[in-house]
Design a protein around this ligand. Structure first.
Ligand SMILES: Cc1cc2nc3c(=O)[nH]c(=O)nc-3n(C[C@H](O)[C@H](O)[C@H](O)COP(=O)(O)OP(=O)(O)OC[C@H]3O[C@@H](n4cnc5c(N)ncnc54)[C@H](O)[C@@H]3O)c2cc1C
Length: 468
């Protein structure tokens, strides 16, 4: 629904799931909302591509877990069909040059390594329970945990080389950042945000349980369908005065601007630094965005004429201490007309591979799949990936993270509105921060802030005065 340019109540910057959820919530209470999106598509870090006329693949966010209430509710409301991730058969664990089969969550390694792995998991889960999601800096041991890295904690707490390497490989798939760069407090916040490590790492009953039929792009497009989303409009400046906000953006080669009462900025934290604010952001907010780097992940997707690994009773799932791909899933579509292997390179591996050409990345990924699944994996009929780190409208993925010192020094600035400017985006979420679910709840929270603000200031179009 097109909104007249001189009648806008709220401008939302960014048409990822956070911005779309905020805009949908505000439109429901009859506010007139325009969404300005830099890309020529909606969905942000969720993006589906049809590969060479063949199957579709999700190059960004793809899974939904059973406790992700907001994304499940939105999928339900929009009648989005889903299907379970393929898990039948044996998983593979590759450790210290040996390849073994296993079932369930526990990889088959030596009893000592297994014990080591299990104790470390239990400790992290127990510590995570002490982190308040809305204020991690208030955790009883916040200072101690924020002054060290997850890597230092792993060094001190894992005694066997196998457990150390496998645990780090699994955790890098969760965080998309090297353990040495992550604050331990942030690592614990993230675990608590998703529930526990079983939930974050799990497939059948965990965060990797379910996929969206047709891919996440269609989901985002359905969420955007009733909204006034203006594509290819990168926002450059946000200026506030007594009466409202002027948002300036580029469109069709010219600088344009729109006025509104309030703005929701729903873009990755690092990209906020590319937008000029007048008055300037408070120093804590400006420093926060400068000190929240993005993670790095590449999903390497190889398409085969059929899922041949299933013939050998394999699920397609791999956990490996060898790089560059540490974790693999069977990402075939439900009809299994073709076989799709999707492997993650993360952190340092993703940064290195991101600097190569797509042909070079394909060669490395396929060689890795062949080590896990044999020579047939050397001959995919197609390949796709996306280097999110080099994508100017994401700057990395899955999301931004906190290095040591940031939560305790600057955490309170994360969601604090700057006058008429409100913050959304998955990084500002409490539950499922870093995920699509967190993006949606952050958008709903920012929309609620505006609702409360308008109600207390009794402006025209206040939420209590429904139009129509
Ligand atoms: C490889 C990968 C795998 C992932 N896997 C999963 C998964 O399986 N499950 C899951 O739940 N999550 C997953 N995620 C994370 C999930 O995709 C994100 O958490 C979520 O999509 C973030 O949504 P958002 O709206 O907060 O931000 P974004 O999706 O980044 O949306 C921000 C939007 O703002 C736009 N923008 C940026 N700057 C400007 C500007 N100046 N002006 C206007 N617009 C601007 C961007 O183009 C973008 O569309 C994955 C992400 C990646 C990249």
């Amino acid at each position: 629904m097109r909104v007249a340019d001189d009648e806008i109540d709220v401008i939302v910057v960014g048409a990822g799931f956070a911005g779309l959820a905020a805009a949908r919530a505000l439109s429901r209470v009859w506010l007139r909302v325009v969404v300005l999106e830099a890309r020529d598509r909606v969905g942000g870090r969720a993006h589906t591509r049809v590969v060479d006329g063949g199957p579709w693949v999700d190059l960004g966010g793809q899974w939904i877990g059973p406790t992700q209430r907001e994304v499940l509710a939105l999928a339900n409301e929009l009648e989005i069909e889903t299907f379970p991730t393929f898990t039948e058969g044996d998983n593979l664990v590759v450790a210290e040059g040996k390849k073994r089969r296993y079932r369930g969550l526990v990889p088959r390694v030596s009893p000592l390594a297994l014990l080591d792995f299990g104790v470390a998991r239990w400790r992290l889960d127990r510590m995570a329970k002490e982190v308040p999601l809305d204020a991690p800096w208030k955790a009883p041991r916040a200072e101690e945990w924020d002054s060290t890295s997850l890597g230092d904690w792993l060094d001190a707490n894992l005694k066997t080389k196998t457990a150390r390497r496998l645990f780090e490989a699994a955790l890098e798939t969760v965080y998309a950042a090297p353990a040495r760069e992550l604050s331990l407090l942030h690592a614990l916040f993230y675990v608590r945000s998703g529930g526990d490590l079983d939930m974050l790492l799990g497939t059948e009953r965990g965060a990797q349980a379910t996929r969206v039929s047709g891919g996440m792009q269609g989901f985002a497009e359905k969420a955007a369908a009733s909204l006034d989303v203006r594509l290819s409009c990168p926002v450059k400046r946000i200026e506030q005065d007594e009466e409202g906000v002027t948002v300036s953006f580029d469109a069709g080669g010219a600088r344009r601007s729109l006025r509104a009462s309030e703005v929701i900025v729903a873009i990755p934290p690092g990209l906020v630094a590319d937008v000029a604010f007048a008055p300037a952001l408070p120093p804590e907010r400006a420093e926060l965005v400068a000190r929240m780097p993005m993670g790095a992940v590449i999903k390497h997707t190889a398409i085969y004429d059929r899922p041949f690994w299933r013939d050998d009773g394999l699920s397609g799932m791999v956990l490996s201490d060898e790089g560059p791909i540490h974790v693999v899933f069977d990402n075939s579509l439900p009809d299994a007309k073709s076989g799709i292997l999707m492997g993650f390179s993360e952190a340092k591996n993703a940064r290195r591979l991101g600097a190569l050409t797509e042909d070079e990345r394909r060669a490395e990924a396929v060689a890795c799949f062949a080590r896990y699944f044999g020579d047939r994996a050397r001959r995919p009929i197609a390949y796709a990936d996306h280097v999110w780190e080099h994508d100017p409208w994401s700057g990395g993925c899955y999301g931004a993270f906190m290095p040591p010192g940031v939560w305790t020094e600057l955490g309170p600035a994360l969601r604090e509105p700057h006058g008429r400017v409100h913050w959304a985006g998955t990084e500002t979420a409490t539950a499922w921060s870093g995920y699509v679910d967190g993006a949606i709840s952050s958008g709903l929270r920012a929309a609620n802030e505006i609702a409360r603000h308008r109600a207390s200031h009794a402006r025209p179009h206040s939420l209590s005065a429904r139009r129509g």
